[in-house]
Design a protein around this ligand. Sequence first.
Ligand code: BTN
Length: 273
Amino acid sequence: MQREYDHKSDPDILSVDGVREHLDTKLIGKKIIVLESIDSTNSYLKKAGFSGEESGTVVIAREQTSGKGRLGRKWKSNKDDSVIFSVILRPQLSLCEISAITLLSGLAVCVAVRDLCNIDCRIKWPNDIIVNNKKLSGMLTEMSTEPDGTVFTVTGIGINASQTAFESDIAHKATSLFMLTGKNIDKNRFLATILGYMEKYLTDNDCRLTEETVNEYTHLCATIGREVKFTRDNREVCGKAISVDRIGQLEVLMSDGRTEKVNSGEVTVQGIY
Ligand code: BTN
């Protein structure tokens, strides 16, 4: 059984009261749980989802012992050096619309970092947050279906915050808020700001992309206009990323003038890690 943790008034340590002090949302963060240590906030919240956890609940961890990344990778962090949390949502979306959650969460984090930390970050499609071609934040959205057919999603977000350096295997492609600004942020205020933007982008249109949010996303997306490589029919192909459509797919212009849509998996962007 995991112990819920409530640390008062230390801006460097995430706590329920600390986040609430800065939070002004109706749905996202209506319930907040802070755990001292957990395998993965996504796994925790997925389990809770099957026991009826409400839409908007946020689970924060000071430490993850088995953090999950996209494409089966691991997400590693040390205690209190990152902002690590997951949000459960119960949107009325069809399966092909689910990736909108990923893009809108990426947009929320990107705008929050720009707003609060004054950092010129961009989004690497679909949702890595990058600065000077190094990764600041990653996200993993998982979808589950309950026996009665109800669908819920868990979006987990990890943001490198107070790291002063990274291990040699990732040092060339990772960065942190501290490394970019030389300052330690107030993690509670930072997380509350992200949750505020998630509420704005995700709940306004039941997690769907709109013309306005696609434009906002495109404006901040570092992938657009670059040469990209991806796999199609077991072959590696390349083209130029030109836009994002209303369900979050990347539209790529191929050398023969055709447009291909890419909706998942790994896309390599020329010039970015
Ligand atoms: C990626 O870039 O590959 C995605 C990383 C996602 C990491 C976050 S940390 C909080 C949540 N819990 C997890 O186990 N993973 C996500």
